[in-house]
Design a protein around this ligand. Structure first.
Ligand SMILES: *[C@@H]1O[C@H](CO)[C@@H](O)[C@H](O)[C@H]1NC(C)=O
Ligand SMILES: *[C@@H]1O[C@H](CO)[C@@H](O)[C@H](O)[C@H]1NC(C)=O
Ligand SMILES: *[C@@H]1O[C@H](CO)[C@@H](O)[C@H](O)[C@H]1NC(C)=O
Ligand SMILES: *[C@@H]1O[C@H](CO)[C@@H](O)[C@H](O)[C@H]1NC(C)=O
Ligand SMILES: *[C@@H]1O[C@H](CO)[C@@H](O)[C@H](O)[C@H]1NC(C)=O
Ligand SMILES: *[C@@H]1O[C@H](CO)[C@@H](O)[C@H](O)[C@H]1NC(C)=O
Ligand SMILES: *[C@@H]1O[C@H](CO)[C@@H](O)[C@H](O)[C@H]1NC(C)=O
Length: 524
């Protein structure tokens, strides 16, 4: 085809939205970034002290200039900060650099760039077959002044557009959670009256045009539990794209209700035992195993289409909780072998260790975007292994992960095995100088199958019954795929795929397993 025609076709492709549905998202992997902290348009690296809570200069153009960095790690979607304008100037909690203090829903936050810049970012992503997820805040508008200057808001600019002021004092009272105000007197998060038809219609039209104007492929919705459930189905369908909600709660039953009104939720109930399980060697991995099975039965679509994460902008980064590199590797690995869509929060790959907000929003430019680094490679391998598993088993994404823990009486279990064929992942929280042993009577593979740990490139062969036992002295996780599921095109362990370099102690006589069986809970 002629050059002009080729240009016309490709520009058509990347201007239009991919109108991505939930199932279009399932195979994806998301890189979450704080727009202000990722990259500047001119590539410079100014000072950025997180404690100042001020804009540091990141832009959409800056992101566009570093898409290779994100895509090289195997991500095929990004999640950016809320895009609409926030109040200007400094509040008692600093500036609105994070985007979560909306003031005018119909104008963009100009610190991040123009509407043309945001469209260009969407276009650049689509050209790479990557998706754009935009964060949206629906529940409230924000003000640093009190009483709030209602007339400065758009589109809700009358006091009667909001719920009367009350602060949430009892999180067990759902009416309060939905109708009282978040925030405080320093920054008021003024609760929009989402019971009114006129307001509901405005929000529904707003999300439809926001998605359309900027070719958005999916939305992450903030503070979902703060609006009544029956608000959400029409809002979600008006968006026309995949919707994933933040329901910050540790109970599966509470979160489950929201899986019926949105495509998906961020998997907070798993996040709590994930962090606690790997933070120390006394973490309870049985709690992690249990939440997997309870959420699979409680959520509308099981865990499929949820998103699994270790870090985000609201929580202390995992390395601020432990210095043990092996436990960190275990925790980072888990979301990639889970049922949901894995999300990595920018900076995780560079080992950033900021504590609670605002320390967890470090500028990425200080890292130099280095790719030749163990953690970056670790994440790239995990993305690659998940794609290889999807290719090897067409049912992979709809096969529920199954945990198997050891359940030694009176002991906290230090190992966890999870199976999602053809993937088998082994975890431990013993740490980098600990020893542990995994005993998996049913690996999900037949006898004498060669499995390769994609993280170490070590091969292990299942015993004649399809079980395996293996020990660790470095506390690192293992992610096994059958050697047959990898090829040179996956670029994973390409030097080690020839058969025959079986690791010592890999296979075990089945007789020994019989002896161990009473200590072991079988893979279901
Ligand atoms: C819940 O909060 C609302 C609003 O503050 C209040 O009217 C109601 O009495 C509370 N319900 C209970 C059971 O405490
Ligand atoms: C989308 O663009 C249309 C046409 O310019 C405009 O009327 C509408 O307000 C825009 N929507 C948003 C959310 O900015
Ligand atoms: C959730 O957190 C509350 C309050 O900290 C606690 O009482 C409850 O046991 C937790 N639930 C689970 C499932 O961990
Ligand atoms: C570990 O978690 C399991 C499952 O939730 C629970 O039954 C057990 O009591 C916990 N063990 C300890 C020591 O907390
Ligand atoms: C990690 O190591 C640093 C430096 O030794 C120390 O200051 C910090 O407290 C440690 N963090 C944890 C969570 O142990
Ligand atoms: C994988 O292959 C490389 C290069 O041939 C070799 O150095 C390394 O020892 C192999 N690793 C394992 C675990 O066999
Ligand atoms: C693993 O370690 C246990 C206990 O230290 C030991 O009894 C067992 O023989 C080891 N198994 C293998 C396969 O090395």
């Amino acid at each position: 085809m002629g050059l002009l025609k080729a240009l016309a076709v490709s520009s058509f492709l990347f201007v239009s939205s991919l109108a991505a549905s939930a199932s279009d998202w399932h195979s994806r992997s998301i890189y979450q970034l704080v727009t202000d902290r990722f990259a500047l348009t001119d590539g410079s690296g100014p000072a950025c002290n997180t404690e100042d809570r001020k804009y540091c200069g990141g832009t959409y153009r800056g992101i566009m200039n570093h898409l290779d960095y994100i895509q090289n790690m195997g991500f095929d979607a990004i999640w950016v900060s809320p895009v609409v304008s926030t109040f200007e100037g400094s509040s008692a909690y600093g500036e609105g650099y994070h985007g979560y203090w909306p003031q005018d829903l119909y104008s963009l936050n100009s610190h991040f760039g123009t509407g043309e810049d945001l469209k260009a970012l969407a276009g650049a992503l689509h050209k790479r077959n990557m998706y754009l997820m935009v964060d949206v805040v629906v529940n409230h508008l924000a003000s640093k002044d009190f009483p709030p200057p209602f007339s400065s808001f758009n589109p809700f600019n009358r006091e009667s557009d909001f719920h009367p002021r009350c602060l949430i004092t009892d999180y067990n009272n759902q009416t309060q959670v939905e109708q009282c105000w978040l925030g405080d007197d320093k920054v008021a998060l003024i609760d929009v009256n989402t019971e009114k038809d006129e307001i509901i219609n405005t929000y529904n039209n707003w999300i439809k045009t926001l998605v359309g104007n900027y070719s958005v492929d999916g939305i992450r919705i903030d503070t979902v539990k703060h609006i009544r459930k029956d608000f959400w189905p029409n809002f979600a369908s008006s968006s026309g794209v995949y919707t994933i909600g933040e329901v910050l709660h540790n109970e599966t039953d509470y979160v489950a209700g929201y899986t019926h009104v949105l495509d998906a939720v961020l998997d907070y109930p798993t996040w709590f035992p994930l962090v606690a399980g790997f933070q120390t060697q006394f973490g309870n991995l049985s709690s992690l195993a249990r939440v997997i099975t309870t959420s699979q039965s409680a959520y509308k679509n099981g865990l499929f289409g949820t998103a699994s994460f270790l870090e985000n902008h609201d929580q202390p980064r995992f390395p601020s909780l432990t210095n043990d590199t092996a436990r960190l590797r275990n925790a980072i690995t888990f979301p990639f072998v889970h049922d949901g869509i894995p999300i990595v929060y920018y900076g995780q790959e560079q080992g950033y260790a900021g504590g609670p907000d605002p320390a967890n929003r470090e500028a990425l430019w200080f890292s130099g975007y280095v790719q030749d680094k163990d953690l970056v490679k670790h994440i790239k391998t995990l993305n690659g292994a998940r794609k290889a598993a999807i290719t090897a088993n067409s049912q992979f994404l709809s096969t529920a992960v199954r945990p198997a823990t050891g359940h030694f009486p009176d002991l906290l279990e230090t190992t966890l095995a999870v199976s999602k064929p053809p993937m088998l992942a082994l975890f431990t929280n013993v740490g980098s100088s600990g020893t542990a042993s995994w005993k998996v009577p049913k690996s999900g593979h037949s006898g004498n199958t060669q499995l390769i740990d994609v993280l170490s490139c070590t091969i292990l062969t299942t015993n004649s019954d399809g079980g395996l036992t293996t020990n660790t002295t470095n506390g690192l996780p293992r992610v096994y795929l059958p050697v047959s599921a990898l090829s040179a095109s996956n670029k994973i362990c390409i030097n080690n795929l020839s058969t025959g370099n079986s690791a010592p102690g890999g296979a075990m006589p089945s007789l020994m397993l019989v002896g161990l069986a009473s200590f072991v809970s079988l893979l279901m």
